[in-house]
Every structure is written in C-alpha cells, then in structure tokens.
Design a protein around this ligand. Structure first.
Ligand code: TRH
Length: 379
C-alpha cells in the first residue's frame, strides 16, 4: 500500500445526529480513520455528545469533542481559527460565524499565496447511479467565496469508497479466530449456527421471530440492544419457552471498535442503517439489510440499487434470484417465516457472492484515504 503523506495538522468534523447511532457512527469511524492516516488533531463538533459517548467511551482521548452550541459561540470570537481541513457531514450546515471565519482564512491564505483550507460535504451512502455524477462536485456558497466539495461514499471506483482500515484483513482474521471465545463469553456454544440481529422496530419482527425459531438444529441468536430486540426476544421466549430450538442472548451496546466481533462471530446477520451495513459487507457474513425507513420510500430505492450491484457477484443465477426475492420481501414485510429460516439454512449458498463482493469493496479502496488525497490536490 502506498504511503500517504498528509499535511493537514487540524480538522474540524461536524456531526448532527438526526436519530439513532448512524450519523455519529459514520462520522466517528471517519474521524478515527483520518487520525490513523496522519491528520494531526480533530475537533469533533456534535449536537449529541452523549450518542458519541455510547459509541466511543474513549472519545475524549482520541479527539477534542465539542458540543455544537459551545463551538458556535467560539466560532464568533475574533481570534477563532478554523481548521485546515473542514468536513460537514450529511449537509448539516455549519454555523454562519464558522463559514465567515473560514472564508476569511481562505482569503488571507490566497492573498499570501498559501494553500487555503479544504472544505468537504460528505453525503450519505447509496448504490444509486446518480451518486457517481454528484461525487467530487464543487458547490458554491450563496454569499461568500467559500467553495466546498461534495464527496459521496460508495461502491464503485467513481465514488469515495468506504472507510476501510489498513489492517482490516488482519483484524478480521483474528476476530474470526476469536469466535469460539467470544460466543463462550456470552454463554453460547460456538458450533451452533449463529445469527446477529440489529434491525428497526418497523421491520417484520413477528416473521423474524417465527423464522428464527423454525429449525431442527438449535441456533444461537444475538439480539442487539433496542426496541426491536425487545420484541424479538419476547416472541422467541414465547415460541420456544425451554430454549430447545434457539438460545437467545441480548448483547450489550459494544464500543464501536468492538462491533465487528459480532459480525465475525456470526454465520448470518440481519443488519440495518449505513455504518453497520458497511461493516457487515466487509465481514463477508451473509446479510439481510434493513434499510433506514423513510416516508418517501427512499429505502426501497436504496435496496434495489444495492441489490442490482451486489447480485451480479453470484456465480449461480438461481441463487441470485432467490437472494433478491428474500431481501425484497424482508424489507417489504412480506417474507414468510419459512423463507427467513431457509435464508439461514442456505447460508453456504450465499457465501461465495458475499466473499466476492467484499473483496471488490476492499479493492475499491478507502474513503479516508480518498478524501485526504483529494484535499491535497486542492480545489
Ligand atoms: O443506528 P442506525 O439506524 O443509524 C442511522 C441513523 O438513523 C441515521 O439517521 C441514518 O441516516 C443512518 O442510519 C442511515 O444504523 P447504523 O448506520 O448502522 O449505525 C449504528 C452504529 O452503531 C454503527 O456505527 C455501529 C454502532 N454500534 C456499536 O458500536 N455497538 C453496538 O453494540 C451496536 C448495536 C451498534
């Protein structure tokens, strides 16, 4: 891997939390990645520090975490200095005072013949075709001389890629080797088929519980914290009171640095959102995706676009068709419990495609590196 020389001593990364954990999860993973690639210091500005604290109990040792309102006040002070690398995420809009200070820094740098600060807007992940056209496009500020670059994560070489640590493969191998020990620490037998579930309360939880419990061979079920897990847990207890078919464990909310272990220890996963979906794909574990539900049905479009790319990785067209139907029906809530159970039983059939897809994503490259390389070229 070529060495990346980055000369961005400081970065301001802005993160507004809409809901759940994904906004902070995506931003924090990127922050850690940029530090690992040589960015000197990061100010992580967020309106919900408590969400970050859950994901990263060590956050304050890694970056300067600043509450949004406090930072907004700081940005209005006359001696305030914005960073050399600025990342707005998901169009969260930076405080006006910050934009003004940044425009001033830019004007001063340009007048002195120095490199001006680099300003990104990092957008949401989608496999849709339009992403390639919108990626790496400059947007202008309505009032100020302050261009910013729209950057999109994605699945193709004409997007920014996904956050992938340089030592990901090494960590994955070690994590897979730790499966037995990890499952034993949860009181589970490693030989059993293991499924990790992290989905939304709006998903078809009754079908999920029935499908999970529909088995001749006993299964391990890991349920993430949250309302969906509560419902599935209660239903599984009712469907299988003496635990002969399923051994169910509620997992604690793990720090983000340990989240992958859940995926590496599983034979199949039901996964949601953006960041955990990406990590599941990198793990190669067969997955069913619960896309983040939106009223305008963007989740449907997102799933279709991803399936379009992913199902090309199947060697067997019949298996590709079956996977597509299962994934579609799961999202629509029309998947029969028998089909959910069959998805798990047939995990070996899907593995080849998930493995090939994961290799493609690894080869496609890392978002953090792409951002720094792009910033080094200037606007
Ligand atoms: O939590 P999510 O559903 O989050 C979001 C947000 O709702 C957001 O508004 C939306 O835009 C986005 O999805 C698509 O799903 P996500 O993205 O997978 O984030 C979950 C994060 O929580 C991820 O970084 C992994 C982390 N996590 C842990 O670190 N430990 C845990 O034990 C669990 C269950 C999750």
């Amino acid at each position: 891997m070529t060495e990346l020389r980055t000369d961005f001593p400081t970065c301001d990364l802005f993160c507004r939390v809409i809901d759940n954990f994904g906004d902070a999860g995506v931003c924090w993973r990127l922050a850690r990645r940029l530090l690992a690639l040589g960015v000197g210091r990061i100010r992580f500005i967020t309106d919900h520090p408590e969400v970050l604290a859950l994901l990263a109990p060590d956050a304050a040792e890694v970056a300067e975490v600043v509450p949004w309102d406090e930072f907004e006040r700081r940005a209005a002070e006359p001696d305030f200095e914005p960073a050399g690398l600025v990342i707005e995420t998901f169009g969260c809009r930076l405080p006006d005072a910050y934009d003004e200070a940044l425009a001033k820094k830019r004007a001063t740098a340009l007048a002195a013949g120095r490199r001006p600060p680099f300003y990104f807007n990092l957008d949401y992940l989608s496999a849709e075709d339009w992403v390639e056209e919108s990626h790496d496009v400059i947007g202008l500020h309505p009032r100020l001389d302050l261009p910013k670059l729209w950057f999109f994560p994605g699945f193709t070489s004409r997007t920014g890629g996904l956050v992938i640590e340089d030592d990901y493969e090494e960590k994955r191998r070690a994590g897979i080797a730790r499966r037995g020990e990890f499952l034993a620490s949860l009181g589970l037998e490693a030989e059993r088929f293991t499924t990790f579930v992290f989905c939304y309360p709006t998903n078809a939880l009754e079908v999920l519980a029935q499908g999970l419990a529909l088995t001749e061979r006993p299964r391990n079920i890991l349920l993430a914290p949250g309302a969906a897990g509560d419902v599935v847990e209660a239903r599984l207890r009712a469907l299988d009171p003496d635990g002969r078919r399923v051994r169910t464990v509620r997992t604690p909310f793990l720090p983000q640095t340990e989240f992958d272990q859940l995926l590496w220890s599983s034979d199949a996963v039901v996964i949601r959102g953006e960041d955990s979906f990406v990590r599941a794909q990198l793990s190669g574990t067969p997955l069913l995706w619960s896309t983040y539900p939106t009223e305008d049905h963007a989740h449907r479009v997102k799933l279709d676009a991803w399936l379009e790319r992913f199902t090309k990785r199947f060697d067997d067209a019949g298996a590709a068709g079956r996977y597509r139907r299962t994934a579609d029906d799961w999202l629509e809530g029309t998947l029969p419990p028998e089909a959910l159970s069959a998805f798990l039983e047939d995990a070996l059939l899907w593995r080849q495609a998930f493995e090939s897809w994961r290799i493609e994503l690894l080869q496609n490259g890392d978002l953090g590196r792409r951002m720094l390389e792009r910033a080094a070229r200037g606007l």
